[in-house]
Design a protein around this ligand. Structure first.
Ligand code: 8YV
Length: 322
């Protein structure tokens, strides 16, 4: 039977779906494979199910003998050299349309958490330092009625905009391609330049994929365009933002606060981040709900079954073969 390697912890229901169709090699631990492990997997597997922490580069692809599919467990696929895989005729799939609502939920938790200083306030209370009400204790910024700027308005950005309707916000967005008028109207979102968005928004949230065009697209210059009362939220991919520039901007008090779920050198944090009380730090949990992780795994399994049956898998990444 063809070998299907799953590089990391994976939901059981999805494994059960695959079990009778292949020889499953599973790493049911939270320890990611090394580059050497990945090379070994590439040698004999027909399919490798990967996490964003599994870097699948030319070297690994060159080691493949029977590989037909790299099935990424996630929407982002910047960990894979897609162009090279396509050149070698190896399919690459991701998990679109199942995690955007959950990631938008987290983005909103971060917007509200940053504005209302939820994490430092909770820590303060937990440390038993709450000794009575004070008029100036943990003052934050309002969210309702403010301006939200969305950089990258695909599935996740749109789901973030949708939620802003309930907060009566003015929504600005910047995207590679303008949305249809119908969609703009439904989301009550105004298309602007990136500069206008940065200058006008009270909350700036980033939802672009990582590519050559988006790498480091938010740096010191962009932070300095933001209002001093604005908040910066990031749940996309670490390398889209220059983290050192964010730390410097926060240290200089040039914006009000920020919340990050992803990091430029993930999982490493940039020096100075930990000390900043107006910076919320989360460990890349955008899609981390029980329901969504199960849906993602189920979709991965469907892609694997497609490939095992010799069909072109249903979720080929958009850039495959281009
Ligand atoms: C996943 C993500 O958890 O989908 C993505 O792009 O960043 C996360 O939701 C991650 O990719 C797991 O491999």
């Amino acid at each position: 039977m063809p070998i299907v390697t799953v590089t990391n912890m994976f939901p059981k229901a999805a494994l059960d779906k695959l079990e009778t169709h292949c020889d499953l090699r599973i790493n049911q631990t939270e320890t990611p494979p090394t580059t050497e492990d990945l090379k070994k997997y590439a040698l004999d597997s027909m399919v490798i199910v990967t996490y964003l922490s599994d870097k699948i580069d030319r070297d690994i692809i060159d080691n493949a003998k029977n590989l037909k599919l790299i099935a990424n467990y996630g929407a982002g696929f910047n960990n894979i050299d897609v162009a090279y895989a396509a050149k070698k005729g190896i399919w690459v799939t991701n998990t679109p349309a199942v995690l955007h609502e959950t990631t938008a939920d987290l983005t909103w938790a971060m917007i509200l958490g940053a504005a209302r200083r939820i994490v430092p306030a909770e820590r303060f209370t937990r440390e038993n330092r709450f000794k009575g009400w004070q008029a100036k204790m943990f003052l934050g910024g309002d969210v309702y009625g403010k301006t939200l700027g969305i950089i990258g308005c695909g599935e996740i950005g749109s789901a973030v905009a949708q939620r802003a309707l309930g907060f009566n916000m003015r929504v600005l967005y910047f995207n590679r391609n303008r949305l249809s008028l119908e969609k703009e109207n439904a989301l009550n979102a105004l298309y602007t330049s990136m500069e206008e968005l940065l200058r006008q928004s009270d909350f700036v949230t980033v939802h672009v994929p990582l590519s050559k065009q988006t790498q480091n697209m938010i740096s010191k210059k962009q932070f300095l365009m933001m209002k001093p009362t604005a908040y910066f939220i990031h749940t996309a991919r670490g390398k889209v933002v220059d983290d050192q520039a964010l730390v410097d901007t926060l240290k200089e008090g040039r914006i009000a606060g920020a919340a990050l779920d992803v990091y430029e050198n993930e999982p490493a944090l940039t020096e100075g981040m930990i000390e900043l009380q107006n910076l919320m730090l989360l460990p890349h949990i955008g899609s981390a709900s029980h329901e969504t992780r199960d849906k993602m795994a189920d979709l991965v399994a469907d892609n694997v079954l497609d490939a095992l049956a010799g069909r072109s898998p249903r979720c080929l990444v958009p850039s495959w073969g281009k």
